[in-house]
Design a protein around this ligand. Structure first.
Ligand SMILES: C[S@@+](CC[C@H](N)C(=O)[O-])C[C@H]1O[C@@H](n2cnc3c(N)ncnc32)[C@H](O)[C@@H]1O
Length: 209
């Protein structure tokens, strides 16, 4: 192996700003089974691996179509997927505990349906929702993911305030926020928003089945 092989291959750094707050909020949930919807080059997956497989064996499910969302260049996605494979393999080699990594190359809704079918009881400690940013997709991801999150588990929504259009010209179809708000409002007796977290991502714990 050469020195270059030991370096992650990331071209995007969307995740860097999250690490400080994740370091505070996520370890409380002692994640052993983690599900992420939207993996791209594996930046958040590598965070989960490096942070939690340093402490215990983990199972990490990564769901991504690797076709990109409306905001991505679809032609670049096969190279993105290759970087994902490389990065998560490298992260796994660096940690002391085994990582069972299950890659679901699929649109999120059929992948979630399959996971619900296989796991009639909720099994995930942490679920990160960062796939499609279109409101109907985000709402469906959230409702389906709820079925998989154990009581006491943490659901994290990325890009709560993201919109495809510029400020003042937003189209609520192209925004996660209306979907996240609808989910949180409808599940208000079952999901509690974590207070004190910055608002660009929304953290909510499952309180009741
Ligand atoms: C913002 S990126 C994820 C970033 C990643 N969590 C990170 O930290 O680097 C969004 C990803 O969601 C995927 N995606 C978009 N719509 C999807 C859908 N309906 N089903 C599955 N994956 C989807 C895209 O292919 C893209 O890789």
């Amino acid at each position: 192996m050469t020195g270059a092989d030991l370096t992650f291959q990331f071209t995007q750094n969307w995740f860097a700003q999250n690490a400080v707050i994740w370091d505070k909020l996520v370890p409380r949930h002692k994640p052993q089974r983690i599900l992420e919807i939207g993996s791209y080059e594996g930046r958040s997956a590598c965070y989960f691996i490096e942070k939690f497989a340093a402490e215990r064996p983990i199972e990490l499910h990564c769901v991504d179509s690797w076709q990109g969302g409306v905001e991505h260049n679809a032609k670049a996605m096969s190279a993105v997927e290759k970087r994902f494979d490389y990065n998560v393999a490298l992260a796994q080699r660096r940690v002391p505990h085994p990582v069972k990594l299950i890659k679901h190359k699929s649109l999120s809704h059929p992948a979630l349906a399959k996971l619900i079918f296989i796991n009639p009881e909720p099994v995930f400690d942490v679920i990160y929702i960062d796939g499609s940013h279109q409101a109907p997709d985000v709402l469906t991801d959230a409702v389906m993911a709820f079925q998989l999150l154990r009581v006491g588990g943490l659901m994290i929504f990325d890009d709560y305030l993201w919109s495809m259009e510029e400020l003042g010209k937003q189209d609520s179809f192209n925004m996660p926020k209306p979907a996240i708000d609808a989910f949180i409002n409808i599940f208000q007796r079952k999901m509690f928003v974590v207070r004190g977290a910055p608002v660009y991502q929304l953290f909510a714990t499952k309180a009741f089945a």
